[in-house]
Write a protein that binds this ligand. Structure first.
Ligand code: FDA
Length: 319
């Protein structure tokens, strides 16, 4: 019930205007967000890199409703790629297609995406297309396929294990040697298309991890150097210790080397787990969001764990 309210609030512009004005909301959000400026995020990435952990920068923003804003968001992403190169940090970039115009039409979005992928290609960098709610799944996958067909191999997608369709999507992506980030899914989806029970989402996560690992094993080439910016085929994105243990066990069972996959986690969540995995020589990449458009991202983090509301309430009483 509380989760449903938080999801609903994440989409309401009046709630956004109200909550973003509260200083204590930002104090809580800043636990999950590297800062409002690119330089704040670059500093976070430098610290992570010094701990042997890689990053994926996420310039916050989604559901852009005016073409000029989609063009501006694209220009900002190009600037991030320039800055990553200039700073020499080990980070790629995660973007949302609605940020660069998907809600306004495929053509505008495609034009912006091509510009981003070309710039990334010129720097040997990589763009991950985050997956948004199920109303965008087909169009996101279509644009991904179009980019691969156009010769871009520096692009990857995300599959959400909460959706029934994901098993088929993973199998068809595997045949294209796609780079896939596997996550449970952060949106509230209807029961006709998604597992309502967490246990089913978790079981699907383990099954799809195994599919991706099998694929990674058949394409693994020990002669290839590990690139800290380009991710391997499977990126296992979760903070769930059981999912992580199951992934580690399956990799060991099929003798998939640790360098052939990576674990991904969100900035500010389970830092202990992030550091333990890195200390065990697993590849770890942290998703580092930053920017002023933090409201929907923050509300999804609250909805995932309504217990976070206590942090919000305690920040209300902190001066
Ligand atoms: P689960 O929800 O079972 O949580 C496991 C444990 O993690 C909890 O017990 C708690 O300790 C901790 N935890 C999880 N969420 C927390 C929170 N908000 N606050 C505090 N602790 C928390 N989704 C999507 O739909 N599209 C996408 O593109 C992405 N991209 C993405 C990238 C990366 C790197 C990650 C890690 C996740 C995503 N997600 C996503 C979000 C994902 O779908 C999912 O909502 C969250 O990761 C939470 O699920 P867990 O797998 O962590 O499991």
């Amino acid at each position: 019930m509380l989760r449903a309210i938080l999801f609903a609030l994440s989409k309401l512009s009046w709630a956004q205007r109200l909550i973003m004005r509260w200083g204590f909301a930002w104090r809580t959000a800043s636990r999950f967000i590297a800062g409002e400026k690119l330089e704040d995020a670059i500093q976070v990435v430098q610290t992570l890199n010094s701990q042997g952990i890689q990053a994926s920068l996420d310039p916050l923003g989604e559901n852009t409703l005016r073409p000029e804003d989609a063009v501006q968001a694209t220009a900002d992403i190009l600037q991030i790629l320039d800055r990553i190169k200039q700073a020499g940090v080990q980070s790629n970039v995660s973007i949302k297609l609605t940020q660069v115009g998907l809600a306004l039409g495929d053509d505008l979005c495609k034009e912006n995406l091509v510009r981003i992928l070309k710039r990334a290609q010129s720097y040997g960098n990589f763009i991950r297309l985050d997956m948004e709610d199920s109303s965008y799944t087909d169009r996101t996958l279509n644009l991904y396929h179009q980019m691969r067909a156009a010769g871009f191999d520096n692009v990857g997608v995300v599959i959400q294990t909460c959706l029934f369709r994901s098993e088929n999507d993973i199998r068809s992506l595997a045949s294209e040697i796609a780079k896939v980030r596997l996550c449970k899914g952060a949106y509230k989806e209807p029961p006709e298309i998604a597992y309502p029970k967490k246990a089913d989402v978790d079981a699907a996560f383990d099954r799809l991890t195994e599919c991706l690992f099998d694929e990674a094993l058949t394409t693994y080439d020990p002669a290839l150097l590990i690139d800290p910016i380009i991710p391997p085929i499977p990126a296992i994105a979760t903070h769930d210790p059981i999912r992580i243990e199951n992934a580690k066990k399956y990799a060991e069972k099929i003798s998939l080397p640790q360098s052939a996959f990576e674990f991904q986690m969100l900035y500010g969540i389970r830092r202990d787990l992030q550091q333990n995995l890195a200390a065990q020589h697993y590849r770890v990449r942290i998703y580092v969001p930053y920017g002023t458009r933090w409201y929907p991202y923050f509300m999804r983090r609250m909805a995932e764990r309504p217990g976070n509301l206590w942090i919000l309430i305690s920040n209300l009483f902190r001066r």
